[in-house]
Design a protein around this ligand. Structure first.
Ligand code: DC
Length: 222
């Protein structure tokens, strides 16, 4: 049995940061499933594939020359680690992710990431669809305003321009699409532990999640 921890939740809750911290602390593999959809969104944008063309997007997903290497993301050997983080690509990712055959095409790729000594995976449907038998499922949430505000600060710190109201509107639009799509919508698995990070720092969220890790895997942690 390969131990798996999943973290699902909407955009900007800090899932990726918590997942990376857990993977480092436990020495387990890490799967950022959002990066897969982002790479597909980027490839579709570059190749001018319309984001509502499920058939072409599925072909693109099936032939995606994607690699994760030492924390970098490569598409056709080009480093796209930063490019896939753009707001517009997040929005494109959310659109390509709404097509059922696109999701099926990316399913095996995700499942193959489950390898010993264990896997930490974050996304929207990891606990409900990709790894329904995961030993520990966390659902991380926060208010849209707080999530947009965190994103705003990140962009400003990077010296980029940002508009808070536009970010709030974007986050609401993306949440709405991710929560209400027909296939694998964003929702907490019935047996997920809910953590609301609205008023918590990253280290406070990590402490709460770590408590759950200790509860579920007491034999792994001294
Ligand atoms: O986690 P993220 O913001 O990098 O994800 C980008 C988009 O990809 C998100 O808006 C919806 C989609 N996504 C998904 O549908 N299922 C996942 N497991 C992960 C991401």
């Amino acid at each position: 049995m390969i131990p798996i921890i999943v973290i699902d939740g909407p955009a900007g809750t800090g899932k990726g940061t918590i997942a990376a911290l857990l993977a480092e602390r436990l020495g387990w593999h890490l799967l950022d499933s959002g990066a897969l959809y982002r790479v597909l969104g980027l490839a579709a944008t570059q190749q001018q594939v319309p984001l509502n063309d499920g058939k072409k997007l599925t072909q693109l997903a099936e032939s995606l020359a994607l690699q994760f290497q030492d924390g970098r993301v490569l598409l056709d050997d080009a480093d796209v680690t930063e490019a896939i983080r753009a707001e517009a690509i997040g929005m494109a990712a959310s659109q390509v992710a709404a097509h059922s055959p696109v999701r099926s095409a990316l399913l095996n790729w995700q499942r193959q990431c489950a390898q010993l000594p264990g896997l930490i995976a974050d996304g929207r449907d990891l606990g409900t669809v990709v790894f329904p038998d995961a030993a520990l499922k966390i659902f991380l949430d926060a208010s849209a305003e707080v999530r947009a505000n965190r994103r705003y600060k990140q962009l400003i710190e990077k010296g980029l321009s940002a508009n808070l109201l536009a970010l709030i509107a974007d986050i609401r639009e993306r949440d709405d699409r991710d929560r209400h799509r027909a296939v694998a919508p964003l929702c907490a698995a019935a047996n997920a532990v809910l953590v609301d990070s609205t008023t918590l720092s990253i280290s406070e969220v990590f402490d709460q999640v770590w408590k759950e890790v200790r509860r579920v895997f007491p034999h792994l942690i001294q």
